[in-house]
Design a protein around this ligand. Structure first.
Ligand code: GDP
Ligand code: MG
Length: 438
């Protein structure tokens, strides 16, 4: 899947301490292939890869201490902007009841989505009213009436022998009388876009003056959904798109291309057959789902905010020269604490489960104690831990309100860390990067 393909590209980029232009070129080739395989429109892919590459070759990545992560962040940001940055609400402007027209091919999910939207609006405190205006498809009227009954929303008693426009006009009167504020019109579809269908929809549009016209399109049809959106937009003018069946769409090509090809936003996504299976479309959440990164991005951002890159570079230099003092040890602990409870931080990493965290026994109080102990040392003691003898240990324990055993334990941990650092330094700097920002 796209998610796995991109994941392996990122893994190889992140595995490198420094990125060269060639690494980025190779990575972008992979990203391009992955997107094309996910059925993203080729023009969108071309532009996307060009944008990501240009940014990746810029300073924000090349001078970064974590270039691989920066590239991931750029891909995430560009994916988000491709899909439109923020979610776009329904347009309910104008006189009441506001009219929403649902249009699209047969089987796309219009009738189901009309019911879902009615439930969504009612939960949002609106008074929706459903209008079955598909008089051609057998049982389409009953289908919507049944859905309306399930959620207790008023529905117009359409007859399949009536004219769809008459149904709409009469339904509007009824909705007004009942004090409803949104009219949801479920229109007819065809197997293909044709003139008769468009003419009927235009006729309804001209008399009903909808505040929003939403194209309902099946995400599983990939680029056909994109073509459909363009066609309906050209002939009818649409305000947005509802992508249905995203639960069965492993590729994501329609979601990624439709905004950029048609200029119209995806407003909702259908995520299942159940009447509650409708979500507002959030480009940023979709992007992180596509990248399969849980909340890794917010973690990266959080860490970046907190750990000044220069400070991280200083730390690395000290570690390299075995100059990592107790003072640095304390500063590093402070950094960790500034990022919030360690448990919370670790939970944001993909693949970390809460049970395992419990076993790791992360103790905030322990951190506070360590900090207090180091604060009670003299500057000389912090720089040269070897001078901390028995009487100094007693004084430090008293000063920090801890026990001598606690001071001993801390010094033991510190010397062990130093030993490890020395070993790492002998074996090259491999593994050192992981310590940055802890
Ligand atoms: P219409 O012809 O456009 O009115 O389409 P329908 O509303 O009758 O839906 C066609 C089929 O798609 C039905 O079996 C729906 O249950 C199904 N469907 C609609 N939306 C979704 C969705 O988001 N997820 C899934 N899995 N099925 C959906
Ligand atoms: Mg229908």
């Amino acid at each position: 899947s796209l998610n796995e393909r991109l994941g392996s590209v990122f893994k190889s980029l992140k595995g490198r301490g420094k990125l060269t232009e060639a690494h980025i070129e190779d990575g972008m080739k992979e990203v391009r292939m992955a997107l094309l395989e996910a059925d993203v429109h080729y023009r969108v892919v071309k532009q996307f890869v060009a944008d990501v590459k240009a940014r990746s070759l810029g300073r924000e990545v090349m001078e970064s201490l974590t270039p691989g992560q920066q590239v991931v962040k750029i891909v995430y940001e560009e994916l988000t902007s491709l899909m439109g940055e923020a979610s776009v609400p329904l347009d309910l402007s104008g006189p009441k009841p506001a009219v929403i027209m649902l249009v699209g091919l047969q089987g796309a999910g219009k009738t189901t989505t009309a019911g879902k939207l009615a439930l969504y609006l009612r939960k949002a405190g609106k008074k929706p009213y459903l209008v079955p205006a598909d008089v051609y498809r057998p049982a389409a009227i009953e289908q919507l009436q049944k859905l309306a009954g399930e959620i207790g929303v008023p529905v117009y008693p359409s007859e399949s022998s009536s004219d769809p426009l008459d149904i709409c006009l009469n339904a509007r009167e009824d909705a007004r009388k009942q004090g409803c504020d949104v009219l949801l019109v479920d229109t007819a579809g065809r197997l293909h876009v044709d003139e008769t269908l468009m003419a009927e929809l235009v006729r309804i549009r001209e008399k009903m003056i909808p505040s929003d016209i939403l194209l309902v399109a099946d995400a599983m049809t990939g680029q056909d959904a994109v073509k459909m959106a363009s066609a309906f937009d050209q002939d009818l003018g649409i305000g947005g798109i509802i992508l249905t069946k995203t639960d069965g769409d492993a590729r994501g090509g329609a979601a990624l291309s439709i905004r950029s090809v048609t200029g119209r936003p995806v407003k909702f996504v259908g995520t299942g057959e159940k009447i509650s299976a409708l979500d507002l479309f959030h480009p940023d959440r979709m992007a992180s789902r596509i990248l399969g990164m849980g909340d890794t991005l917010s973690l990266i951002e959080k860490a970046q905010e907190m750990v000044d890159e220069k400070q991280a570079a200083d730390l690395e230099r000290k570690l390299r020269k075995n100059e990592f003092t107790l003072e640095d040890f304390r500063d590093q602990l402070l950094q960790v604490r500034k990022m919030g409870p360690i448990g919370d931080l670790l939970k944001m990493l993909p693949g970390v489960n809460e049970k395992a965290l419990g076993k790791m026994n992360i103790d905030e109080r322990e951190l506070v104690r360590v900090e207090a102990i180091i604060n009670s040392m003299t500057p000389e003691e912090r720089r040269r831990h070897a001078i901390i003898n028995g009487s100094r240990r007693k004084r430090i324990a008293r000063g920090s309100g801890t026990r001598v055993q606690d001071v001993n334990q801390l010094l033991k941990n510190y010397t062990q860390t130093m030993k490890m650092v020395k070993k790492l330094n002998k074996g090259g700097l491999k593994g050192m990067r992981g310590m940055r920002g802890m």
